[in-house]
Design a protein around this ligand. Structure first.
Ligand code: HSE
Length: 309
């Protein structure tokens, strides 16, 4: 082994209601751990996966595919070993595949003394997302790599913008323990959008971005509305309507589907409100008999982090 690091690869909430495939944010206390090493024998190997039943073959593993994309661009013989300790469940809607892809490319770039920019890393990590869901969306890998809130202004050419992250925003996320594959959840979406709905949606995207930069919490709340995707996808999520109603009644700024679901997010101003919202959501979900996890997390403005040995 030449050198090795341990990292925290965070969970992320994509879409943020109005921003399907373009908006996302990074959580602080929910995520995977990974050990990434440079080794003398060239090639990429997934040497260990704990906490999930995922393929060890490099070309079938999102982290493996993402690192191979990076090394192709690096164009020098490099050996990489990857150990993944999954804490984010696959199909949870909080960026499980993104944490692995983004974490792996961030760590290899760090070990190689940073030949690539964070934006380059987004494009390598998107290869992992393509393998996971058949679609190279960047709204989970971008916030994992850049931290805070991010906007994918354009996919072609890729143009990712880091937004301002007001310090009082706190996420509550409930993860019902049912798996909803991103590919299945994407298949229920219609390919065409009525102009009237599109107008509402892009108004909200602009409102949310403006609200983040001006720290206008009311505007953030008003803009967390999804008139296009949520009505179609929410039927896949047990008690979505009841969770949203109670979260809003308890003071959340907004509530919606986290990524492709089944997780549901509620964004609040302040930890106290986020905890009240969390307890209220728990009281709804406990009645379903389903297993679930609830996380309350500040926004992580840094993204992937080194864990000191
Ligand atoms: N934007 C993607 C989707 C995110 O909603 O399908 C997947 O986590």
């Amino acid at each position: 082994m030449i050198k090795s690091i341990k990292i925290f690869a965070p969970a992320t909430v994509a879409n943020l209601s109005c921003g399907f495939d373009v908006l996302g944010c990074c959580l602080d206390n929910v995520g995977d751990e990974m050990n990434i090493s440079l080794v003398s024998e060239p090639g990429v190997k997934i040497t260990k996966i704990e906490g999930a039943d995922l393929p060890l073959e490099t070309h079938k593993n999102v982290a493996g595919v993402a690192v191979e994309a990076l090394l192709k661009a690096y164009d020098k013989m490099v050996g990489v070993h990857i150990e993944i300790y999954k804490k984010i469940k696959a199909g949870s809607g909080i960026g499980s595949s993104a944490a692995s892809s983004a974490g792996a490319v961030w760590a290899v770039n760090h070990l190689l003394d940073e030949p690539f920019t964070p934006h380059d890393l987004v494009s390598f990590a998107m290869e992992g997302e393509k393998l996971a869901s058949g679609n190279a969306h960047a709204d989970n890998v971008a916030p994992a790599l850049l931290g805070g809130f991010t906007l994918v202004r354009s996919y072609d050419p890729l143009d990712v913008i880091k937004l301002h992250s007001p310090k009082d925003l706190v996420m509550t996320v409930i993860h019902p323990q049912i798996e909803v594959k991103t590919s299945d959840s994407r298949s229920v979406i219609k390919q065409n959008v009525a102009l009237k709905k599109a107008i509402q949606q892009w108004g909200n995207v602009g409102g949310l971005v403006a609200g983040l930069f001006t720290e206008n919490y009311d505007l953030i709340g008003r803009s967390l509305e999804d008139v296009i995707i949520e009505p179609l996808r929410s039927i896949l999520i047990p008690e979505f309507k009841a969770v949203k109603e109670i979260a809003m009644a308890k003071g959340a700024l907004g509530c919606g589907i986290s990524g492709s679901g089944p997780s549901i997010f509620a964004l609040s101003k302040g930890t106290e409100t986020a905890k009240i919202v969390s307890e209220a959501i728990r009281s709804v979900y406990i009645k379903t008999g389903l297993d679930f996890d609830i996380h309350v997390s500040p926004i992580n403005n840094q993204g992937i982090k080194l864990i000191n040995p």
